[in-house]
Design a protein around this ligand. Structure first.
Ligand code: SAH
Length: 413
């Protein structure tokens, strides 16, 4: 018997795959089958809650009983996810009679197919077989996954299959991705955001974008610094829009890297519209927003059972009495839950006074978190009545979020 398996990529779209067993192994195997589009038939007297949820949602069909050979009629593949060797063997026999490949979780030597350890990187799937030793396969897979995550020459590995998506005037146009970089810790970018960053020809970055992410860009990537320093000089939004559109029309894949989430006070919508108007394809990759992550990094959950059933994120950029403000602070004062104020330092005393004047207690716990999730994070705890003065005294500076509500301290022992 040859020790060498023959690797294949099965295209399971709409094809019947039978999974025998409804426990932990099946729970781990079924998602990838569904992701591949397989028509999954699950044969098991009982299911884990996760599998049950998929059955209830009609993502798969569940036959609530033990296996019978006819279950395999019409199947292309069967996965045995039970540990009773006799029952598993009966599936193997029925599969062999029908010339169906049979994966055995309980006994790899009895199987006619092995499932590899897998890592997916955009359009690329790497599958590793460890010569019958799944732990060896996983070790090798982990090493490859790390290599791919380190953005290694993306041209050679991930390629740029979706970078060029159309032509204008006979020229290949590039495209733009609006990517949320997360709140500050470079590890808090999403997997997709990171992958696109490694594929970019041009990166247009805000000041709030974690510097370490930019540190790791390939030397040939054009980096445009679109610093929009709070309250300081800013490169006009129109100019940023123009850079995105021009570079993309010239064929580049442009990543517009924005602090937190692109659509939370990030002007992402305007950039999307500018690209769309110019016929440039745009994708948006959400990010971890500082409005939730910065409080979390300071030990403050924005909701907590029995404490807050709502959280409201609001911009404090315009003063409460400014005609430019779209916020009804007097209405916010009547809320019981959590208030998270971004860009609120400059107007903090006016904001807190307004909230108190309209009924929120000055004793309400409050906190300020500066540069949350970064190595230079600072946080202070106070009350609604005192937080403006305390922040000033502590020389708290932007970027900072202010959190108001009983959640401040909810996790303090
Ligand atoms: N799109 C961003 C917010 C942009 S507005 C997001 O989703 O996080 C900029 C404001 O976000 C700052 O003035 C500050 O209030 C807040 N902010 C951004 N990063 C922060 C951080 N690391 N810590 C605290 N506040 C932060």
């Amino acid at each position: 018997m040859s020790a060498n398996p023959y690797p294949l990529g099965l295209r399971l779209d709409g094809r019947r795959v039978v999974v025998v067993g409804g426990g932990a192994v099946a729970t781990r195997r079924v998602p990838a089958l569904l992701d591949a589009g397989a028509d999954v038939l699950l044969v098991a007297p009982e299911l884990t809650p996760a599998l049950r949820a998929r059955a209830d949602a009609d993502r798969l069909r569940w036959v609530p009983r033990r296996f019978t050979p006819e279950d395999l009629d019409g199947a292309w593949l069967v996965q045995v996810a039970i540990d009773d060797p006799e029952a598993a063997e009966s599936v193997s026999v029925a599969a062999a009679e029908r010339r169906i490949f049979c994966v055995r979780a309980d006994d790899r030597t009895a199987a006619t197919a092995w499932t590899p350890a897998v890592t997916r990187h955009g359009p690329v799937t790497v599958a590793v077989l460890g010569g019958g030793d799944p732990r060896r396969a996983m070790t090798v897979r982990d090493a490859i996954r790390d290599l791919l995550a380190v953005r290694l020459a993306p041209d050679g590995i991930a390629g740029r299959p979706d970078a060029s998506t159309g032509t204008i005037g006979g020229r290949q146009t590039g495209r733009v991705a609006l990517v949320g970089a997360g709140p500050g810790d470079p590890e808090l970018i999403t997997v997709r955001g990171w992958r696109l960053l490694t594929e970019a020809d041009v990166v247009v970055a805000d000041r709030l974008v974690p510097g370490l992410l930019l540190d790791e860009l390939r030397p040939d990537v054009e980096l445009v610094d679109a610093s929009k320093i709070p309250y300081g000089p800013s490169r006009g939004q129109e100019e940023i829009n123009r850079i995105l559109v021009d570079r993309a029309l010239a064929g580049a894949f442009v990543v517009r890297l924005k602090g937190g989430d692109p659509y939370v006070f990030g002007r992402g919508g305007e950039e999307l519209l500018a690209c769309a108007e110019a016929g440039v394809p745009v994708t948006v990759v959400p990010g971890v927003t500082s409005s939730i992550a910065a409080p979390a990094a300071a030990g403050i959950p924005v909701t907590h059972r029995g404490v807050a059933h709502e959280f409201t994120v609001v911009s404090g950029h315009a003063a409460p009495d400014s005609p430019a403000s779209l916020v009804r602070w007097e209405a916010l004062a009547g809320l019981r839950g959590t208030l998270v104020i971004l860009m609120g330092l400059k107007n903090l005393s006016a904001i807190t006074e307004t909230l108190i004047a309209h009924g929120r207690s000055p004793q309400t716990p409050a906190a300020v978190v500066q540069e949350g999730t970064t190595g230079t994070q600072r946080a202070l705890r106070s009350t609604l009545g005192a937080v403006a003065a305390d922040a000033l005294a502590a020389d708290i500076r932007p970027p900072a979020v202010v959190v108001v509500g009983d959640v401040v301290g909810a996790l303090d022992g």
